[in-house]
Design a protein around this ligand. Sequence first.
Ligand code: ZN
Length: 157
Amino acid sequence: MFDGNLAITCPRCGARVAGVEGCFALRAELSAREYSDPAYGAVNLLTTDAHALQHPEDHGIKNNAFHLVRLGWLLEHRADPRIGNNPRWLHTPFDGLPDLPTLTPPSFRGHFTAVDMLEADTPEQYRELAYTWGRSVWEAWSQHHDWARGFLKAILP
Ligand SMILES: [Zn+2]
């Protein structure tokens, strides 16, 4: 029988951490690093979207749609993923109660997880790994690429 206390992996993304709680604690750790050093914060939006989309059960319909659209924007439009790059046009469509589809999450969410980010010893390595993570998660959500691209096209200034 499954015992949550003995969990050695995150049931959402498969990372080798102590369950979902351990995975969000690790995300908080990465976030603290990004907010304390701009060299690491340079890829904050990528790591935020990647982690969120690997844990869609914890975020809800609106958040999942937002993170998928933004991840597509970051990767396919080469947008700047640094902390604070939050253009108004990207957020406005998600204000209030927009009519959004329920994006069924993929069961497999990529081989790369938050744990792999710990391999980075320098901001350059961290940046490279953040793009690997982002691309891996974007690919995992490929069944919703058409929707995300169409949505982004409609709101891009
Ligand atoms: Zn996880």
